[in-house]
Design a protein. Structure first.
Length: 280
């Protein structure tokens, strides 16, 4: 890799890291403002407003908020059930904030789990997610097929006594690729997803289909291939008796033969990572 190419790559990763940190700052700021009686729709609007005040005009998808048993996607059967509702937050109730802003052409997609007051079940789920972050990075570096890694995540969840809730997402994805978004600062949205970002994902899907890979990391055969270089928004989502928890952050995959350079998390200074470090 030439010096110029390396510098361009470093600058690009800084751009993605900056917007990912912005999204997590938003999640922490909104979480601090949540109180009894706030609805999911209000929490989602708080995220939108906070980010728009800081220059965000486009989205991979608009912000989501899930409260109570909706954090575990209980009885979710159709995509419309993912959108924010009038569910009101109550003391002790778990919540998840999920947002995917685009800023200066860089995309983030993050998930933040918390509760309004103590919630031992969600605390346990968050503690157990650390092992999933470690497993995913290790096996991506080993170049195991994405489908096989997904199955190993499933097996780890079973050993922990939890249910796989990312399987409830469309196509059961645990991750999807993210890319730069070119063109306008603002784009129309379709069912809450920015059209420019969807075009990029569709282009990746077409390109990948020709070469035998998919931009969606799922339990199905189309994900039965080694990790594809690029940026992946990864979101293992655990559930237990009506409570859910997840993180979502960018994993960088390269074609380097150096194991540590072949895959790495874009940023280790994130709320869930700090939580685990402080507990040790």
């Amino acid at each position: 890799m030439t010096t110029a190419v390396a510098g361009e790559r470093a600058a690009e990763l800084r751009g993605f890291r900056k917007v990912q940190r912005l999204a997590y700052e938003c999640a922490e700021a909104v979480a601090a403002r949540l109180e009894p009686g706030v609805t999911e729709r209000e929490a989602a609007r708080m995220q939108r407003d906070w980010l728009r005040e800081r220059g965000v005009r486009d989205w991979f998808h608009l912000p989501f908020a899930w409260f109570g048993d909706r954090t575990a996607f209980v009885n979710f059967r159709v995509p419309l059930q993912f959108f924010p509702t009038g569910r009101r937050l109550e003391p002790g109730m778990p919540f998840i904030l999920d947002m995917a802003p685009v800023h200066d052409g860089f995309t983030a997609d993050i998930g933040y789990s918390g509760s309004l007051g103590p919630n031992p079940v969600q605390d346990k789920l968050m503690d157990d997610l650390e092992a999933h972050r470690e497993l995913i990075l290790r096996e991506v570096r080993e170049r195991r097929p994405l489908r096989a890694i997904y199955e190993d995540v499933d097996r780890l969840m079973v050993r922990q006594g939890h249910a796989n809730r990312h399987r409830a997402y469309p196509f059961g994805v645990i991750a999807h690729k993210v890319d730069r978004v070119k063109g306008r600062r603002w784009s129309p949205k379709v069912f809450g997803f920015g059209t420019q970002s969807l075009k990029g994902l569709a282009a990746d899907a077409l390109h990948g289909h020709r070469e035998g890979w998919s931009p969606l990391w799922s339990p199905y055969r189309f994900s039965d291939h080694p990790p594809q270089p690029g940026l992946w928004a990864v979101e293992p989502h655990l559930g237990f008796r009506g409570t859910g928890a997840k993180f979502e952050e960018i994993l960088v995959v390269t074609d380097s033969r150096d194991p540590e350079e072949s895959a790495f998390w874009l940023d280790d200074d994130l709320p869930h990572v700090r939580r685990w470090a402080e507990a040790k």
